[in-house]
Write a protein that binds this ligand. Structure first.
Ligand SMILES: *[C@@H]1O[C@H](CO)[C@@H](O)[C@H](O)[C@H]1NC(C)=O
Ligand SMILES: *[C@@H]1O[C@H](CO)[C@@H](O)[C@H](O)[C@H]1NC(C)=O
Ligand SMILES: *[C@@H]1O[C@H](CO)[C@@H](O)[C@H](O)[C@H]1NC(C)=O
Ligand SMILES: *[C@@H]1O[C@H](CO)[C@@H](O)[C@H](O)[C@H]1NC(C)=O
Ligand SMILES: *[C@@H]1O[C@H](CO)[C@@H](O)[C@H](O)[C@H]1NC(C)=O
Ligand SMILES: *[C@@H]1O[C@H](CO)[C@@H](O)[C@H](O)[C@H]1NC(C)=O
Ligand SMILES: *[C@@H]1O[C@H](CO)[C@@H](O)[C@H](O)[C@H]1NC(C)=O
Ligand SMILES: *[C@@H]1O[C@H](CO)[C@@H](O)[C@H](O)[C@H]1NC(C)=O
Ligand SMILES: *[C@@H]1O[C@H](CO)[C@@H](O)[C@H](O)[C@H]1NC(C)=O
Ligand SMILES: *[C@@H]1O[C@H](CO)[C@@H](O)[C@H](O)[C@H]1NC(C)=O
Ligand SMILES: *[C@@H]1O[C@H](CO)[C@@H](O)[C@H](O)[C@H]1NC(C)=O
Length: 486
């Protein structure tokens, strides 16, 4: 390594630093490769949505703002060596990382060791002072700076991670529960947690067309050095902390619900005491009229008129007003909105979130060039979304998002029932789930909800509707396992 970082600021060290700076200047002429692969931000990817980093082959640098340093200390404690720490990420990169990890953070932070291990993947990627050891750039594009200099923006990287390290990280997170009693991993792997593997998880997160990654990251999991394009990469050992251990003396190990190996002194709640769900299951027993579309027979729940009717039902429930202590409360007052305060939209698990709960989106079609035939409609969109529920745009001609308005994906296994294998178009029931946070207000809202559903059932005798609340008994803090069924 020709570009060593300098640990402190004593006069003696400063003298050393000057000498080192001179040395590294000479080293530049020596065709020395530095320790970073990037530094700072250089334009955008995918339109103006995501920021790219500038290719850079010099030594790591200190942060220039207090905010950047604080974020680094908070997210990357394993790399923080003091306020003069030198890294390959600028303050701007750190702030971008902060916004990118907000959704995973909400899902994983309740299990501190998992979140620490998860963050290490991104900290070493973004900031690690020895990036060149385990990373290489494999695609760039030119970027003209405001000073009219043309530099290179990094479009994709190779990232070598030690196999055991990746498995340790994965294992510490695999059982973390999310808010609707499903596993957090299901929201981040592009598939159910049951079938997710370390490689699939990393591949999904590194795929910029599927995840929040601003560019493509090709993960190589290996226990030996890997050679990519004549460059030898030494797989990174992130030293993952198992979920039953605390990361530091000031943090706690994960709860046993999130980490089955953790010791539980005595009570074993099966769901978080915080969350509760309001559920509706709808079937059409009296109607077996199929909806044929492109070689598939969709069941009658996919009839467009019927779908508009059930979307209306969902919107009416979102709109319900209940009274609690002379205060009018709505779903928004009690619901779980993961991206609050930036996005107050409630978590509603239903296929209607594939259409952002909008009648207009549901009706969207794309015609052929002559205006004769429908080439893409809500059913094509549905088929895409059940496969990639976190997509920001489907790949049909419609090009509309699958991501729910609350900022997260809706997995088909949560929104549909009674289907064959993964043939979701054969589903016989629609499931709508509203996630709420436990409080006394919830009890008041549920009363209104039950009254409304009772009336709706009476007015729609052709439907088979079940509605119930699930979760711990309000205010007791413990799950009694009993769902209230009406
Ligand atoms: C970076 O590499 C140097 C030399 O190989 C090593 O001494 C140092 O511990 C490494 N730093 C980190 C943070 O891994
Ligand atoms: C190797 O490098 C070339 C040119 O830099 C690049 O086009 C190619 O994608 C790289 N391949 C891999 C596997 O990194
Ligand atoms: C980057 O490298 C991977 C292999 O590690 C290769 O499959 C891919 O095509 C490369 N991409 C670009 C754009 O160079
Ligand atoms: C930017 O640089 C290019 C070539 O380096 C030059 O042709 C162009 O005139 C410059 N533009 C401005 C606005 O200075
Ligand atoms: C991202 O996923 C798409 C669809 O599965 C695939 O075609 C593409 O190669 C992936 N890209 C990367 C970088 O893995
Ligand atoms: C991997 O590469 C590093 C640096 O090039 C070298 O020090 C190390 O001995 C190699 N390890 C193996 C197992 O080949
Ligand atoms: C079944 O639903 C379709 C579409 O909503 C409707 O046209 C048809 O009349 C219904 N059939 C019965 C038997 O209710
Ligand atoms: C769809 O249903 C029709 C009539 O019920 C049947 O003839 C056809 O074979 C079915 N198509 C498929 C792909 O199952
Ligand atoms: C929601 O409630 C408002 C006011 O009560 C009403 O005007 C509106 O039509 C309702 N929207 C839906 C979708 O029920
Ligand atoms: C609650 O809503 C009702 C009907 O919309 C209204 O008459 C009443 O004043 C509201 N109460 C409060 C406390 O806002
Ligand atoms: C909330 O949902 C509405 C549609 O129901 C959408 O228009 C809006 O953009 C969402 N808010 C945010 C901040 O995403």
């Amino acid at each position: 390594m020709c570009c060593t970082s300098v640990p402190d600021n004593s006069p003696k060290q400063r003298k050393r630093m000057i000498i080192l700076a001179l040395l590294s200047l000479f080293a530049l002429f020596d065709d020395c490769v530095g320790d970073c692969v990037w530094y700072g931000q250089c334009g955008y990817n995918h339109g103006y949505r995501q920021k790219l980093n500038c290719k850079y082959t010099g030594p790591p640098k200190p942060f220039s703002t207090w905010e950047g340093l604080q974020k680094f200390k908070e997210y990357c404690p394993s790399l923080y060596t003091g306020s003069d720490v030198r890294t390959c990420c600028s303050d701007d990169q750190m702030l971008t990382l902060d916004t990118q990890v907000r959704f995973p953070r909400l899902l994983l932070q309740q299990c501190p060791s998992c979140f620490y291990n998860f963050m290490n993947v991104w900290c070493y990627l973004t900031c690690g002072p020895n990036q060149t050891e385990y990373m290489s750039v494999n695609a760039t594009k030119p970027y003209v700076t405001p000073k009219n200099e043309t530099v290179e923006a990094v479009l994709s990287v190779n990232y070598a991670v030690e196999t055991d390290s990746a498995h340790g990280m994965f294992n510490s997170c695999r059982d973390v529960q999310s808010y609707d009693n499903s596993r957090a991993l299901s929201f981040m792997c592009g598939e159910d947690a049951e079938t997710c593997t370390p490689q699939r998880w990393l591949d999904y997160m590194g795929n910029s067309s599927k995840s929040e990654a601003p560019f493509d990251i090709y993960f190589s999991l290996s226990s030996r050095n890997v050679t990519i394009n004549n460059t030898v990469l030494v797989p990174l050992d992130m030293k993952p902390v198992p979920c039953y251990k605390a990361v530091s003396s000031t943090s706690k190990p994960c709860r046993c619900t999130d980490c089955p190996k953790a010791l539980c002194e005595f009570v074993l709640p099966t769901v978080s005491p915080l969350f509760r769900t309001e559920n509706i299951i709808i079937r059409r027993p009296k109607n077996s009229t199929r909806v044929p579309w492109k070689n598939k027979n969709f069941t009658s729940i996919f009839d467009i008129t019927f779908m508009h009717q059930i979307l209306d039902l969902q919107l009416s429930i979102t709109n319900l007003t209940a009274e609690y202590r002379n205060e009018n409360i709505t779903l928004e007052d009690i619901c779980y909105a993961p991206l609050r305060p930036d996005n107050n939209n409630c978590t509603v698990m239903s296929i209607f979130n594939y259409y952002q709960n909008s009648h207009e989106m549901l009706d969207k079609v794309v015609m052929d060039d002559y205006g004769w035939f429908v080439v893409a409609n809500y059913l094509d969109h549905f088929l895409y979304c059940v496969w990639d529920p976190a997509a920001l745009a489907d790949t049909t001609k419609l090009s509309i998002p699958c991501l729910g308005t609350f900022g997260g994906p809706v997995y088909p296994s949560l929104a549909l029932r009674d289907y064959l294998g993964q043939e979701y178009w054969t589903a016989k029931a629609l499931v709508i789930t509203f996630d709420v946070l436990n409080s006394k207000k919830v009890k008041a809202w549920e009363k209104t909800f039950y009254a409304f559903m009772k009336e709706y059932k009476t007015l729609n005798k052709d439907l088979d509707i079940t509605y119930f609340s699930k979760g711990p008994r309000i205010m007791s803090g413990l799950n009694d396992g009993a769902a209230m069924k009406t």
